[in-house]
Design a protein around this ligand. Sequence first.
Ligand code: MTE
Ligand code: MO
Length: 233
Amino acid sequence: MHELKPSMGRRVFLGGLTVGTVITILGGGHYVLASEEEEKKARETRRADGRPRLPPGQYLLRNLRAMGGTEGDPSPGAFKLKVHGEVDAPFTIDFAELLRMPQVDQTCDVHCVTKWTMLDAKWTGVRVADLAARAKVKPTARYVVFEAAHGYTSNIPLRDAMQPNVLVAHKLNGGSIPRPHGPPVRALVPDLYFWKSAKWLEGIKFVSRDEPGYWETRGYHNHADPWKEERYG
Ligand SMILES: Nc1nc2c(c(=O)[nH]1)N[C@H]1C(S)=C(S)[C@@H](COP(=O)(O)O)O[C@H]1N2
Ligand SMILES: [Mo]
C-alpha cells in the first residue's frame, strides 16, 4: 500500500510516489486533494464527541476515492441481504423491503487507512441496529461480520455495529451509489477505517466468536479506530 508520511509535500505525492511498499496495495483510482486551508480547518475543528475532525496522520480529499475490490452485481433487482448467525429470527430481504424499513439520512466523514479523509458525504440507508432488532440478536452475539460479493468480509464488535451512524447504505449524495463504491448496497461504518465498510454487501452475520475479515487477516488492525491510528495488527 502507499504510505504517505505527514512530512512529505503534496506535490511529491501527486507525482505518484510509492514510499515503502508495506503489506498489500489496497486500491487505486482518481482523487482531488483539498486545499491547505480546508485541511487546517479540519485539523482544528472538533466533532460533537470532542475528537478532531481530521484524525491523526490523515490528509483531506474532496471526493471519495474509489479503492477497488471485485465488483458485485449492482442491480437492485438482484439484491438480497441475509441477516443471520446468532439471532432468533434470521431473515433475507430484497431491495424493496430494505426501502420499507426506517430510512436514515446522514452526513458523515470517512477515513481510509491509506491516509485520506473525506468530509461530509451524504448517505441514506438503514441502521444495522434496526436490522439487528428485527433479527432478534441473541445475547451471545458479540461481533458482526459484513459479508460482501466474492468473499470479502470485515468484522466489527457488536457495540460498534449498534452505533446509530452505522448503516446499510443505498444512496450516496442523493443518488444510487456509483459503481466503484459498492452498489446497490454497502455497509457504512464511518468511525472506523473505511475498509470495514464492505461494498456490494450481501450479508450481515452475528457471531459469538470474532472472525477477522479480508484485510484483518492480511496484516491490518482488527479494530481500526482512526483516532488511535489502529492501522496495522
Ligand atoms: N466488497 C468489498 N468491499 C470493500 C473493499 C473491497 O475490496 N471489497 N475494500 C475496502 C476498502 S480497503 C476501502 S478503503 C473501502 C473503499 O471504498 P470506496 O472505494 O468507496 O472509497 O471499501 C472497503 N470495502
Ligand atoms: Mo482502504
